[in-house]
Design a protein around this ligand. Sequence first.
Ligand code: GLN
Length: 485
Amino acid sequence: MHNKSVAELSRELESGKISSVELTREFLDRIKAEDSQYNSFITVTEEQAMADAKAADEKRAAGKAEVWTGVPFAHKDIFCTNGATTTAGSKMLANFVPPYDATVTANFRAAGAVCLGKTNMDEFAMGSSNESSFFGPVTNPWGLSNGEKRVPGGSSGGSAAAIAARLTPAATATDTGGSIRQPAALCGITGLKPTYGRVSRFGMIAFASSLDQGGTMARTAEDNALMLNVMAGFDPKDSTSADRAVPDYTATLNEPLKGLRVGLPKEYFSDQLSPAMEQQVRNAVKEYEKLGATVKEVSLPHAKLAIAAYYVIAPAEASANLSRFDGVRYGYRCDDPRDLSDLYTRTRAEGFGGEVKRRILVGTYALSAGYFDAYYLKAQKVRRLIQQDFINAFKDVDVLMSPVSPSPAFVQGEKTNDPVTMYLEDIFTIAVNLAGVPAMSVPAGFVDGLPVGLQVIGNYFEEARLLNVAHQFQQVTDWHQKLPQ
Ligand code: GLN
């Protein structure tokens, strides 16, 4: 059963071929047997999962089952789960048991889905390789059979690796600068970052609030649609949540793509991209031409400024968001503080890892008197220009297509000593977050035996179109079905 999609598992449960208790047991056993190789879970909530599975079977027996009833999945450890530890990959929150559910968590509970546990991630979602987690790095299932320890990407690397390793059919994730799309690409699975405001941020531990967006990861576009059906919607508890109707994202998956207008941003086919990677992306675009799409070159003239703007704005917001971790109310507290100042200083010095401290320093600097105008204000102006680039591009085309990452999964440790090289992993994904538009990563081939993703970017609130575009590709290709050895 563990090779099946969410849609297939839902049908198996409906037909009575298997119970949720049996299915949940199968995934829990796989996690127990296999996850020591990957470290994709921080917490496995076995007892709760088995209880939820039992409840789901009873609901089904009573004739009240829906699509997700009894289907297992996992949460990125950034979504608060009432009663289950939620760490954000940090020592600071290693002992934090939230007294409430994130809205996304509550939605999956209401849908009757069975949460297997909480997946590993870069500390506070800062990173592109899942090496900054307090709970140790995650290893990508791809490459492992050759004895290579490659990164799964980040920050949602635990979710992506767990899906690729068939330890869960689906997992939630978040994307502030690429954290859904890049790990999805590096692990050969399908991921969607929705429009900013489409999925509630309530109870999702904040990194950079104007950029953070919860989203979906699974093997197929159809499963991403099933997830988004549960996750999307207005939430009065999130002040930037979008108050607009949510379509059934599965309803339009089968629309033909004839006449689809595809734009290729020329700035995303640059020197940063190896010829082998570029070839895979161009092959995927050719597949779309066969499906009836027309393709033209477009320009995002300010895209080259995205990394620079992001690494001012995101750290600035992070420095403010992370000021709440002071050892007073919850989370890590240093031993024997001498006085209040010692409590704050040592708690934060001991509780945060290196990358998080770097972001706090950069962000505080960018916001400080005398530098605010030169850095933060300037970056906000650049952000507006980047947004305008996308608005202009979507006057002529329906979707944009590009690579997700400049290279496939790299070897652990390769980029840890050079933060700027690590930041450049997101060169093709970050502008999307600054603009707030939705985008997907879809498996589109291999380079050196490692998966490559195609990025499909849509106009605001056009998630249904993206899912349709990805689903049609998956009807004529089988990259998303390939298994790591
Ligand atoms: N890699 C980027 C960063 O480190 C993006 C992370 C994310 O999307 N959460 O900030």
